[in-house]
Design a protein around this ligand. Structure first.
Ligand code: MD6
Ligand code: FE
Length: 212
């Protein structure tokens, strides 16, 4: 695998299933995580993070940006993928290192078209939601956790149903596909300062998706 010194091969690791989402604990070595942060910083320089507004008009506590053919945006008009950063520039390319994680875990899926970066500072959270802005739901979403721990909650296909939770730590990678692809999920809170990976603390989550 290019560059990556993964702690194991995906086919040899047994993920933990949480609400149907496969979580590969400790998938990325510390050196992988450091390389990823360097690459993702370059993305955030080319495409600075911003706080989109929810449909209700409140700014999200998470700051985000993206790489790839599409980024994600939201305002009063709703949630959608967009081909340009709010500045009008195209999104930077998805770093090869990130593509190799997708390739390692879901080799039979087409290449991801969006690499969404969610940055959680102290107190940031993400409410329960479904990932359903993509044109098709047959391809998985791959999610990489870096930095501080985040409490990930997963439910089913309906809001208000039973949920299960797991702390996602730096280097964990989750795959949400198959019957779980449209399950509700969110981040209740982070343990600010629990990791030293990011210079100023916080949590960085990277999700990869096929959009069209
Ligand atoms: C987060 N993750 O971990 C938010 N979406 O910060 C997501 O919203 C997510 O982890 C789709 C698939 C996996 C995820
Ligand atoms: Fe999501």
């Amino acid at each position: 695998m290019d560059f990556l010194k993964l702690n194991g091969l995906a086919c040899e690791l047994s993920p933990i299933s949480i609400g149907g989402i496969d979580v590969y604990k400790g998938f990325l070595s510390i050196s992988d995580q450091k390389l990823l942060v360097e690459e993702l910083r370059k993305v955030a320089v080319a495409a600075p993070v911003f706080s989109p507004k929810t449909k209700a008009g409140r700014p999200m506590s998470v700051r985000l940006t993206a790489a790839g053919n599409f980024g994600w945006y939201s305002d009063h008009a709703g949630y959608r993928y967009v081909e340009r950063h709010p500045s009008g520039c195209a999104w930077p390319e998805i770093p090869n290192l990130i593509l190799s994680i997708w390739q390692a875990l879901v080799p039979d899926s087409p290449k991801p078209e969006c690499c969404l970066l969610n940055f959680y500072g102290e107190g940031a959270r993400m409410g329960l939601h479904q990932d359903r802005d993509e044109a098709r739901f047959e391809w998985p979403v791959v999610s990489i956790s870096l930095g501080d721990e985040g409490l990930f909650r997963v439910g089913g296909l309906e809001r208000g149903g039973k949920t299960a939770s797991i702390w996602l730590q730096s280097g964990d990678v989750a795959v949400m596909g198959g019957a779980a692809r449209l399950n509700y999920h969110g981040i209740d809170r982070i343990k600010f300062g629990s990791s030293t990976l990011l210079k100023d603390g916080g949590r960085l989550n990277v999700t990869l998706r096929v959009v069209t």
